[in-house]
Design a binder for this molecule. Structure first.
Ligand code: TEU
Length: 523
C-alpha cells in the first residue's frame, strides 16, 4: 500500500500576503515579510502555507486580477523574494502552495489589451467573452448576469473606431475579464504557468473559482432572484458548467508529472453529488468545503455540516477538508457573537475542526483569535464589492486587516510605517503574537498545543468518525473506535463528559464538566 500523501492530514496556513508582514515599510505585506516570520509558523506547527495571489497585478482585487501569472508583483518583492521564501520554508519542512486564477485575467493582461485593440470578430477577442449587446443599438448587456461583486457582469467597450461597441463578460470586477476556456491558448498558457511554478519548487496550488471557467455555450439568462452579491447557488448558469471537468482533467495530467504536488480547488457547489465530481481521481486532489464557514455556533448545524461534508467526500473516497474562515468569509470570532463569547466559541470550534479527519486550513490571524474589524471607515474600504454594490455591501476588508506582531500600538510590528494599507485597531495590543507567545493561556498557545497533539498522537490518524449520543445542544464524536473523543458544548448548561482523560480543553472544566461554549479532547 502506498503511504498517505503529505496533504491528506496536513494543516495548511493561509497567508494573505498584503496583511501578514511588511519587510520594506510601504505599509503592505510582502514575501520577505513572510520569510522573516517563518519562525511563527514553525512555532505554531503548520505543514504548508497557502499564499493568496502574489503574481503581477494592478490589484483591483488584490492580486486576483493577474496581469502576468509567471512573475511576482514588485509590491510583494519580485521573483527573488519568492525564491527566498520557497527555500527558507523548505529548510524548515514547510511546503508552499500558491493561488492560481484560471477563470479570468486582469484587464491589463496583454491578451485583454490585444483583444480591445483588435476589434470585434478577431481571434484575440475569442480568448475572452466579447458579445454584441441587446437592444436596437446594442446598448443593453448580452444577458442578465450580475457580477459576484455587484452590478452587471458585462462592461461595454469603446471600439478602435471610437464608437461604443461590444460588451465583455466579467463575473467579478470589470478589471477581471473572464477567459474563454474553449480557446486553446488558454489551457496552453495555464499549463505553462503550472509548470513554471512547479519547476521552481512550489508544492501545489489553490485553484481560484475552480467551479467557474466553463460557461454554457449560449450564455442563457439566469433565473430571476437566484443571484446575490457574494453568494452562490447551485441554480446559477455562471458556475459549475459540466465542461469544467475536462479542464480539471487537463490540470491534473500536468500536476501528476510532479510527485507530491497538490491541487485544492475553491468549489462553491452545495449539492454533494455535483461537488464530488471535482474530486474524481483524475481531477482535483482536494476541494474546499465551506460548510463550517457558513454556519452559526449551533450544535445541530455543526453536526449536519460535518455529516454532509464527510458524505460528499466519501462519494469519491476523497480527503475531507475543513475551514472556518478565509479572506472572503468573515472571521469566526465575529460570526459566533464577537467579544469574549465569540472567542470562546472560536477556540471550541477550532478543536472540533482539528479533531476531524482530513486536511485543515487556518486563516492567518485565526490562531490569534482576531475578530473582524467592523468599523473600518468608508474611505479606507478597498474591496471592489463596496463600489460595485453601490455602497450597500461593505465587502471583505473587515477580515483582511494586517496581523499584530508586537508592541502596544499600531502598526504592532507589522510594518515600520504607521500608514498600513488598512488601519489596525488600537485594542489589538492584547492580541499580538509576542504577548500571546508569553501567555500559556493565550489563543496562540492553545492553537499550538492543539496542533502539536494532532500531529503527535496516533489517535488522530485514520479516517474513521463515529457520533456518540449527546444532548441536543452538544456535539460528541469519536475517532478510531473511541481512542479519541471530541465533545463540544454549544448549550447554556455544563455538559457531563464521556469517560476518558482530557488531553486538551478550550476552557477550564467546571467540577469535571465542560462549560458552555467550550470543547474537550479525551483519550
Ligand atoms: O472567490 C470566488 C468567489 O466566488 C467569492 O467571491 C465568493 O463569492 C464569496 O467570497 C463568498 O463569500 C475567489 C477569491 O477567493 C476571491 O478573493 C476573489 O475575489 C475571487 O475569487 C475573484 O478572483
Amino acid at each position: 500500500m502506498s503511504p498517505e500523501p503529505w496533504w491528506s492530514s496536513a494543516v495548511f496556513y493561509q497567508v494573505y500576503p498584503r496583511s501578514f508582514a511588511d519587510s520594506n515599510g510601504d505599509g503592505v505585506g510582502d514575501l520577505d515579510g513572510v520569510t522573516a516570520r517563518l519562525d511563527h509558523l514553525q512555532y505554531l506547527g503548520v505543514d504548508a502555507i497557502w499564499l493568496n495571489p502574489v503574481t503581477v497585478s494592478p490589484m483591483a482585487d488584490h492580486g486576483y486580477d493577474v496581469a502576468d501569472p509567471r512573475d511576482i508583483d514588485p509590491v510583494f518583492g519580485g521573483m527573488a523574494a519568492i525564491e527566498r521564501l520557497i527555500a527558507a520554508a523548505h529548510r524548515r519542512g514547510i511546503k508552499i502552495t500558491m493561488d492560481v486564477v484560471p477563470n479570468h485575467t486582469s484587464s491589463q493582461h496583454p491578451w485583454f489589451q490585444a483583444a480591445l485593440a483588435a476589434g470585434p470578430g478577431t481571434d484575440a477577442r475569442a480568448r475572452y467573452f466579447f458579445r454584441d449587446g441587446r437592444g436596437a443599438a446594442g446598448e443593453l448587456p448580452p444577458n442578465n448576469w450580475t457580477s459576484v461583486f455587484g452590478g452587471p457582469a458585462w462592461t461595454r467597450v469603446v471600439e478602435p473606431d471610437g464608437k461604443p461597441g461590444q460588451w465583455y463578460l466579467h463575473l467579478f470586477d470589470a478589471e477581471q475579464p473572464d477567459l474563454n476556456w474553449e480557446h486553446p491558448d488558454v489551457f496552453d498558457d495555464f499549463e505553462k504557468t503550472l509548470r513554471f511554478w512547479l519547476e521552481r519548487g512550489v508544492d501545489g496550488f489553490r485553484i481560484d473559482v475552480a467551479h467557474g471557467m466553463a460557461k454554457p455555450a449560449d450564455l442563457p439568462d439566469a433565473p430571476e432572484g437566484e443571484i446575490k452579491v457574494l453568494h452562490h447557488s447551485d441554480n446559477d448558469p455562471r458556475f459549475n458548467h459540466p465542461s469544467v471537468h475536462e479542464i480539471h482533467r487537463g490540470i491534473r495530467a500536468v500536476v501528476d508529472g510532479y510527485p507530491g504536488a497538490v491541487t485544492v480547488g475553491e468549489v462553491w457547489v452545495t449539492d454533494n453529488a455535483r461537488w464530488a465530481e471535482y474530486l474524481r481521481p483524475d481531477e482535483l486532489h482536494l476541494g474546499f468545503n465551506f460548510r463550517l464557514a457558513q454556519i452559526d455556533f449551533d450544535a445541530g448545524e455543526i453536526h449536519d455540516a460535518i455529516v454532509n461534508s464527510l458524505a460528499a467526500t466519501a462519494i469519491e473516497n476523497a480527503t475531507p477538508t475543513w475551514t472556518l474562515s478565509n479572506h472572503d468569509v468573515g472571521r469566526e470570532v465575529t460570526r459566533y457573537g464577537d467579544g469574549p463569547t465569540g472567542l470562546r466559541r472560536a477556540r471550541a470550534m477550532a478543536m472540533v475542526m482539528l479533531a476531524l479527519p482530513g486536511a485543515v486550513f487556518i486563516y492567518n490571524g485565526e490562531e490569534l483569535g482576531l475578530p473582524d474589524v467592523l468599523d473600518l471607515p468608508d474611505e479606507v474600504l478597498q474591496d471592489p464589492t463596496w463600489e460595485r454594490s453601490g455602497h450597500t455591501e461593505r465587502g471583505r476588508d473587515k477580515c483582511r486587516v494586517p496581523i499584530p506582531w508586537s508592541g502596544d500600538a499600531p502598526p504592532f510590528g507589522f510594518s515600520s510605517s504607521a500608514d498600513t494599507w488598512l488601519p489596525m485597531p488600537a485594542d489589538w495590543a492584547a492580541l499580538t503574537v509576542d504577548k500571546q507567545r508569553a501567555d500559556p493561556d493565550s489563543t496562540l498557545s492553545f492553537f499550538r498545543r492543539a496542533l502539536q497533539l494532532r500531529r503527535e498522537r496516533t489517535e488522530f490518524e485514520g479516517g474513521e468518525l463515529e457520533w456518540l449520543a449527546a444532548p441536543r445542544d452538544a456535539v460528541i464524536f469519536e475517532r478510531n473506535g473511541g481512542s479519541l473523543v471530541c465533545a463540544l458544548n454549544a448549550g447554556v448548561r455544563p455538559l457531563v463528559l464521556p469517560p476518558g482523560e482530557p488531553i486538551l480543553v478550550s476552557a477550564p472544566l467546571v467540577d469535571g464538566m465542560l462549560p458552555p461554549d467550550a470543547a474537550a479532547w479525551l483519550v
